[in-house]
Design a protein around this ligand. Structure first.
Ligand SMILES: CC(C)(COP(=O)(O)OP(=O)(O)OC[C@H]1O[C@@H](n2cnc3c(N)ncnc32)[C@H](O)[C@@H]1OP(=O)(O)O)[C@@H](O)C(=O)NCCC(=O)NCCS
Length: 119
């Protein structure tokens, strides 16, 4: 939407980052069976191509590392043209999330989850 664009008519990077963080946190929470996941680290973010008005944004995640209290996702963002059905990668990064308790301290991710996703 126009409210999400910067002065060059491209999707503003900060907006994109917020969407990526939200989508990835949601996926990490789903995998780890808890909403109590916080973003610890966003690795290098590459905005490879601009996104113009009217495209859909699709955000894909994959577990690349499972630790004791942390999980690392590779996140790939793609723009989708609803007219041509073409999809292409516009942004990539890795994000680390940590499971926390009520005091905000790291606690272990359930072991069946660790076993399932450990590489
Ligand atoms: C996330 C947080 C609870 C971690 O606390 P901490 O005392 O630094 O945790 P630890 O040093 O015990 O590390 C916890 C996990 O993070 C990993 N970790 C720590 N620093 C890391 C780094 N620089 N890169 C990758 N992983 C890292 C550790 O290896 C550990 O993972 P593991 O248990 O799977 O091996 C704390 O840093 C925090 O509250 N950060 C703010 C979170 C937040 O508000 N996010 C929103 C941003 S606005």
């Amino acid at each position: 939407m126009t409210k999400d664009l910067g002065i060059h008519g491209n999707l503003f990077g900060g907006i994109m980052l917020a969407w990526i963080d939200e989508a990835a946190a949601s996926y990490a929470s789903q995998i780890c069976h808890t909403p109590n996941m916080v973003t610890l680290k966003v690795e290098e973010v590459v905005f490879k191509k601009p996104v113009k008005l009217g495209y859909q944004i699709r955000i894909y995640g994959e577990v690349i590392k499972m630790g004791k209290t942390s999980i690392t996702l590779n996140v790939e963002t793609r723009k989708y043209n609803v007219y041509s059905q073409e999809e292409s990668v516009v942004c990539t990064t890795n994000i680390v999330f940590v499971r926390i308790d009520e005091s905000g301290e790291p606690i272990p991710i359930p072991s069946p989850v660790i076993e399932r996703y450990r590489k």
